[in-house]
Design a protein around this ligand. Structure first.
Ligand code: PSU
Ligand code: MN
Length: 306
């Protein structure tokens, strides 16, 4: 494994002494936000993790290796790089083998985090079942990954561009615990309430950490999805963001946007249609997820795996 993966010194020593570590993805940097806000946000999110007493480990593929923990210069280069591959489970090996630069989605970040020995991961929103999936069959590989790789993922629910009821059904079928944090409702990324009830609710990071350990003790595969509502001050009322999402979706269909391009296209269009306010909200929720993930990592560190 050593020739496939490089851990930064900081991440390596934290893992050695079992300090809390939080993995962070890189697709949100390369495909989810425009430069320079993407790099600024990545740094701000790392700072949140540190302020909460954990070590951040941003993950990407560069130079034929999985990099876990990126220094300032590398993060900067990634944020401005062109032709970066968007890596899910299917693409990881091909990217490494061809020596290209790749950004990890939720699925690929989970795989790499688990390989490195990291149990918690913070992001914005996971991929899921797209609207119109009965025709397009577009269902993110993030969902089956949650069912097989033992990493607890903290997100603000699934992206509101998705079909949320179908996404929750699919997670149930796959046996993935979906835990709303501090409320009954499943959050909808830019809004705190999707109008759907989350299957599970927990009110403390320690409980979430205990549930993570309990799954392993029971021999159950897979991770957990923690759905952390966006901070009140940054949230959009659902009625306000929904028409914007619908307009962006209509445009995506009209322009024939498909497969991997769908999510980046929609996020960018929604950014334009809200005069950048969707991005401000996105940044706020990622930082909030980073804080919760750090608290869960602390809970796990206090009760190390057997
Ligand atoms: N959330 C964001 N921005 C993003 C993503 C999520 O706010 O860019 C990325 C994540 O990396 C997620 C991916 O895993 O989109 C899902 O892509 P797809 O729907 O193509 O599986
Ligand atoms: Mn897809």
């Amino acid at each position: 494994m050593n020739n496939l993966m490089s851990l930064s010194d900081e991440v390596k020593s934290a893992l050695e002494v079992k300090k809390p570590v939080v993995a962070l993805e890189s697709t949100i940097i390369t495909h989810g936000m425009p430069w320079p806000q993407n790099v600024e946000t990545a740094r701000a999110v790392e700072a949140e993790v540190r302020a909460a007493g954990a070590v951040p480990a941003t993950i990407a593929v560069m130079g034929g290796r999985i990099r876990v923990g990126l220094d300032d210069a590398t993060l900067d280069a990634l944020g401005q790089a062109v032709a970066v591959m968007k890596l899910s489970r299917a693409d990881l090996a091909a990217c490494l083998a061809s020596g290209r630069t790749g950004a990890t989605t939720v699925a690929a970040t989970m795989i790499c985090a688990h390989m490195a020995g990291i149990e918690v991961f913070a992001t914005g929103g996971i991929g899921g079942v797209h609207r119109g999936a009965s025709e397009s069959f577009d269902i993110s590989a993030d969902l089956p990954e949650l069912a097989r790789t033992p990493v607890t993922v903290v997100a603000a629910g699934a992206k509101a561009i998705l079909d949320l009821p179908k996404t929750l059904e699919m997670l149930e079928t796959l046996g993935v615990p979906v835990i709303a944090y501090g409320q009954d409702a499943f959050p909808a990324f830019w809004s705190r309430d999707s109008g759907l009830k989350a299957p599970l609710r927990m009110d403390s990071a320690a409980q979430i950490a205990a549930a993570h350990r309990m799954r392993a003790a029971l021999g159950l595969d897979g991770g957990q999805l923690v759905a952390n509502p966006i901070p009140e001050a940054a949230a959009f009322p659902r009625g306000e963001i929904e028409p914007v999402i619908e307009a962006a979706l209509v445009e995506a269909v009209a322009r024939g946007i498909a497969a991997k391009e769908v999510t980046p296209f929609l996020l960018n269009r929604i950014f334009e249609l809200t005069d950048g306010r969707s991005l401000t909200a996105n940044i706020s929720l990622v930082k909030s997820n980073a804080r919760l993930a750090a608290a869960i990592a602390a809970g796990l560190a206090a009760d190390p795996a057997a």
